[in-house]
Design a binder for this molecule. Structure first.
Ligand code: NDP
Length: 246
């Protein structure tokens, strides 16, 4: 079991799906979790963590607003005095074939999935640099590597996240900070439940392991990368996809 005892960890988009599983797993490894989601959405996961004996705080976070991100980082520092782990997980889809894609659909996805990670990293990096340690894990997607019809905005945001992460990893490698991407394949969450049955079946048929992944299987990879066990791993993309893309 990974040991994150006393580490302060921020998770964006912690209210549901993969982010919720990451928050729960980090907390069960001993981390002090700052769970961010819009309005009061992260409160249930915080209550779940506390009921299991862990420590967490919910923050109202909109990752498309710089002031909201600054508030989240400040809350982490006020409450826990440090930021050891940042998981940029919040993400959306606005699927549409390119010719029909509205500029607003492009902008919404790029700002939530990519620009927000840039802003959150900037907010967390200062304390990490002072501490001379830190772990950044960005949640990418298999689609960032393969592309997908109807997801040009989403694929661009996730591919961008990979290049961003590699550059950041190089910038901070000498300061004890690592930055990696976990790129899930098809995971059972609200995001995939929104796909129609035919699309789910078509995608499911392309998974060598023959099933969708669970949010907890993604969380396990994140937890490992957040730990001391992953101290010499940086700038990498770890696929969690049941063999769907090798
Ligand atoms: P869900 O749709 O289940 O959850 C999305 C999370 O992001 C919610 O917690 C939501 O919080 C949060 N969020 C969305 N917009 C914002 C915002 N503006 N500010 C703050 N939080 C926000 O998604 P998944 O759990 O499926 O996906 C999580 C990540 O994993 C995403 O980055 C996604 O791209 C990636 N991924 C998912 C895959 C899958 O198969 N499910 C596959 C590959 C990658 P709120 O309560 O505020 O709505």
């Amino acid at each position: 079991m990974v040991d994150l005892d006393g580490r302060a960890a921020i998770v964006t988009g912690a209210s549901r799906g993969i982010g919720r599983a990451i928050a729960l797993r980090l907390a069960s490894a001993g981390a002090l979790v700052v769970a961010g989601a819009r309005r009061d959405h992260a409160e249930p996961v915080v209550r779940e963590i506390e009921a299991a004996g862990g420590t967490a705080i919910a923050v109202a976070l909109d990752v498309t607003e710089t002031a909201s991100i600054a508030g989240m980082a400040q809350t982490a520092l006020d409450r826990f005095g440090r930021i050891d782990v940042l998981v940029n997980n919040a993400g959306i889809v606005r699927d549409q074939l390119l010719l029909r894609m509205k500029p607003e659909e492009w902008d919404a996805v790029i700002s939530t999935n990519l620009t927000a990670a840039f802003a959150c990293c900037r907010a967390a990096l200062r304390p990490m640099l002072k501490q001379r340690s830190g772990r950044i894990v960005n949640i990418g997607s298999i689609v960032g590597r393969t592309g997908n019809p109807g997801q040009a905005n989403y694929a661009a945001s996730k591919a961008g996240l990979e290049g961003f992460t590699r550059s950041l990893a190089l910038e901070v490698a000498s300061r004890g900070i690592t930055a990696n991407v976990v790129a899930p394949g098809m995971i059972e969450t609200d995001m995939t439940a929104a796909l129609d049955e035919r699309a789910q079946e078509a995608l499911g048929g392309r998974i060598p392991m023959g099933r969708l992944g669970t949010a907890d299987e993604v969380a396990a990879a994140v937890c490992f990368l957040a730990s001391d066990d992953a101290s010499y791993i940086t700038g990498q993309v770890v696929g969690v996809n049941g063999g769907m893309y090798l």
